[in-house]
Write a protein that binds this ligand. Structure first.
Ligand SMILES: NC(=O)c1ccc[n+]([C@@H]2O[C@H](COP(=O)([O-])OP(=O)(O)OC[C@H]3O[C@@H](n4cnc5c(N)ncnc54)[C@H](OP(=O)(O)O)[C@@H]3O)[C@@H](O)[C@H]2O)c1
Length: 379
């Protein structure tokens, strides 16, 4: 996990001619307490500005070309940040302005000391933090020794969690599922319309069974389900499961920037786990919850509430990725924003109105999320 710690003057100045423009004992103590025994990442100029080696902290200094003796030097800031963004270890970026600005999309928390005075300076950090971070905590204090007033703030990133639906979103399974349902119906001697099948997309099996019993009261449904299972197993046994285009790139992107990833699928756990294994996703996700583990199926928001509560994450700090109308309604019921990526069922007007954005595929979803956290993707 990457966090940032910085002291910033009213007008955004953080340094002048290679020095801190102020001397605040209380803030230096807080800096020491927060960063003690941690790795600290800094720009080469900040390293050169420090009067002495800070004890108890492991330095990582970034410079595009210089090698600094006795400390770990990295030539690529982004590779270093990506290395720690998703790790459990808390690593601090400590400045200067240049490195802090570049690090923001990776940061979970910002520890900012806001000094209530303007200073002249050449290192400036005047970013509008409210765009991508929420102020979680703040209090005002006076540094007795210097007489400086300051406000100590803790900010937390707005986007913490991305929740994936599975069928038709991560994997190309809805077409397989449609074949199994329609073929089983034919075997059982009735026709199932696409329209009826589309209404089941996103539901768990018990909700689907309830809909079937209402719609086809005269059919031997036990026989039908046995046929559907047999056909489905045969399809999965012979046809490799494919990840939807852009899935790997999106998951890697979220990992690089330290954003949590969960799956909330209406499918039963056994199938979800085997599907994730089949497409190489095991171990890449922070949490999975399945249709057989929640009481109410989508469109109830139960499954998304389960994920949000697992991470103690407010709905506004998450994005749900969904392809189906039931899924979108479920995300809405849980209060989370939903990014719609239609699969075999075209998006209707209601779904488009509920979704905060619509993307053609997961590459498009990655672009939208990248813009949201302030990353410019090249290519
Ligand atoms: N108020 C505070 O909390 C605080 C905290 C820290 C520092 N400061 C002050 O801030 C000032 C220094 O800040 P600054 O913005 O001028 O410089 P800086 O961020 O400390 O360092 C910039 C240098 O870092 C290297 N660098 C930056 N981005 C890189 C990347 N993507 N890949 C590889 N290397 C990269 C480059 O080194 P090369 O040129 O060697 O390639 C670059 O010149 C000083 O006055 C210091 O006292 C204040």
């Amino acid at each position: 996990m990457i966090d940032l710690i910085l002291a910033v003057a009213n007008n955004g100045v953080i340094g002048n001619e290679g020095k801190m423009p102020w001397n605040m004992k209380s803030d230096l103590k807080r800096f020491r307490d927060i960063t003690m025994n941690k790795k600290i990442i800094m720009g080469r100029k900040t390293y050169e500005s420090l009067p002495k080696k800070l004890p108890g902290r492991e330095y990582i200094v970034v410079s595009s070309s210089k090698k600094i003796d006795d400390v770990t030097t990295g030539h690529n800031l982004f590779d270093i940040l990506k290395l720690y963004a998703s790790s459990r270890e808390e690593v601090f970026v400590i400045g200067g302005a240049n490195v802090a600005r570049q690090s923001l999309p990776f940061c979970n928390h910002l520890y900012i000391t806001r000094i209530k005075k303007d200073y002249d300076g050449d290192a400036v950090f005047d970013v509008d933090l409210g765009e991508r971070f929420d102020l979680e905590y703040g209090y005002g204090e006076l540094d007795e020794q210097s007489g400086l007033e300051y406000y100590f703030e803790i900010w937390r990133r707005k986007l913490r969690l991305v929740i994936f639906d599975m069928d038709g979103l991560m994997i190309d399974s809805e077409k397989k599922s449609r074949r199994a349902w329609l073929e089983a119906a034919r075997e059982a001697g009735f026709d199932m319309s696409d329209e009826f099948f589309y209404g089941l997309v996103g539901a768990n099996l018990s909700r689907a069974k309830q809909r079937m019993a209402e719609y086809y009261p005269d059919i031997d449904l036990e026989k039908f389900y046995a046929a559907r299972q047999r056909i489905s197993d045969a399809i999965y046994a012979t046809e490799p499961l494919e990840a939807k285009p852009g899935l790997y790139e999106l998951v890697d992107f979220l990992n690089d920037y330290g954003i949590l990833k969960a799956v909330a699928s209406s499918t039963r756990r056994e199938r979800v786990v085997s599907n994730m294994k089949a497409i190489g996703m095991s171990g890449k996700l922070n949490y999975i919850v399945c249709g057989d583990e929640v009481k109410k199926s989508k469109p109830s928001g139960d499954i998304y509430r389960n994920v949000l509560s697992h991470f103690s994450c407010e709905p506004r700090n998450a994005i749900v990725l969904e392809d189906s109308k039931l899924g979108i309604l479920s995300a809405q019921d849980a209060g989370a924003r939903c990014l719609l990526i239609p699969d075999i069922v075209p998006a209707d007007e209601q779904s488009k109105a509920i979704a905060y954005a619509v993307a053609p595929d997961l590459h498009g979803a990655r672009d939208i999320i990248a813009r949201e956290i302030g990353v410019e993707l090249i290519g």
